[in-house]
Design a binder for this molecule. Structure first.
Ligand code: CA
Ligand code: CA
Ligand code: CA
Length: 117
């Protein structure tokens, strides 16, 4: 489930934002390229976090600093939303979002070197 959230968020942001005027988004590899801000062939935790901070801002359509379910219907299922909403108040704060995506990063970083390649 974690990786589904990660992939959905990347697809959402890459597909609607940064890439709109560029070539059509490629599959997984292309998404990682986009996160690789310094083009060293890997995505560090810092690069990933910066991307996700931007993702949060894009998803937060009304700019109130929290995500409600209607703001993320395109990227999260109701079940994924509940998983991310750790304290169950029906809103995903920046902190809850960051915690979720960084645990996604850790899950995707199979060899634990702090880089996704
Ligand atoms: Ca990099
Ligand atoms: Ca909001
Ligand atoms: Ca919450």
């Amino acid at each position: 489930m974690h990786k589904i959230i990660l992939a959905a968020a990347i697809t959402f942001v890459a597909g609607t934002g940064l890439a709109a005027a560029q070539q059509a988004p490629a599959m997984h590899e292309g998404h990682l390229d986009r996160l690789d801000a310094n083009n060293n062939g890997g995505v560090s935790q810092q690069e990933y976090e910066a991307f996700m901070v931007e993702s949060f801002a894009r998803l937060d359509k009304n700019g109130d600093g929290v995500l409600i379910e209607s703001e993320v219907t395109e990227v999260l299922t109701p079940e994924q939303f509940r998983t991310t909403d750790k304290n169950g108040d029906g809103r995903v704060s920046r902190d809850e979002f960051r915690r979720q995506v960084m645990s996604d990063f850790a899950a995707a970083d199979r060899d634990g070197d702090g880089h996704l390649k």
